[in-house]
Design a protein around this ligand. Structure first.
Ligand code: ADP
Ligand code: MG
Ligand code: ZN
Length: 179
């Protein structure tokens, strides 16, 4: 089974992931986070509320599932957006063939509304796709996108509330042109 949770910043993806793993049997799963996401600490997944769960770093440049214990039934990965689809998808398929459950969460789009990393491609082949929404910073409607509050142009820019906001489709243009 492949389950993908996708949405913009602040939509509750990490909250969903932590609530999910909390219900699993200890020792039956591994929770991964990308090594390049150092926002809240190195070996932990953290929500914007500060809720956290211990996590294992997965090297985005050299993804390696070969050391996983045989008895693991479930692989959980937060921030799928930081992994390249070409590198991650074949490895996920391989793990599915071994009978493992894969659950992943991430941003579907970057601040330019372009597909971001492996989240969107994986959502298309998922058995279950859960689309989360935040609240639009400008009008309060469901927010399916993220916008950047600072004038930096590369796709990779770590940040939280001071750097990114959530918005609906209609407000994206207005909020994005404010920077
Ligand atoms: P994600 O992993 O998707 O970025 P988290 O699970 O870490 O999200 O945090 C979600 C929490 O962020 C919400 O419960 C809410 O309290 C807070 N939050 C901050 N800004 C917003 C917003 N614009 N819309 C909705 N929630 C927001
Ligand atoms: Mg998160
Ligand atoms: Zn709006």
């Amino acid at each position: 089974m492949l389950t993908i949770v996708g949405g913009p910043m602040f939509s509750g993806k990490t909250t969903w992931i932590i609530d999910y793993v909390t219900k699993l049997t200890p020792g039956s799963f591994v929770l991964f986070k990308p090594n390049i996401d150092t926002r809240f600490g190195k070996d932990v997944c953290v929500t914007h509320h500060g809720k956290s769960f211990p996590a294992v770093n997965l090297n985005t440049k050299k993804i390696d599932f070969s050391q996983l214990k045989e008895e693991l039934t479930t692989i959980v990965i937060d921030e799928l957006n930081f992994f390249s689809p070409d590198a991650l998808i074949p490895l996920i398929k391989e793990q599915q063939k071994k009978g493992r459950n894969i659950i992943g969460a991430g941003l579907l789009y970057d601040y330019k509304r372009q597909p971001f990393g492996a989240t969107l491609p994986l959502s298309k082949t998922a058995d279950s796709f859960i689309r989360l929404y935040a609240r639009c910073d400008r009008c309060g409607k469901d927010a399916g996108h993220s916008y950047r509050k600072v004038d930096v142009k590369n796709q990779f820019l770590l940040g939280a509330k001071e750097t990114y906001g959530a918005c609906c489709d209609d407000c994206w243009e207005i909020l994005s042109s404010n920077v």
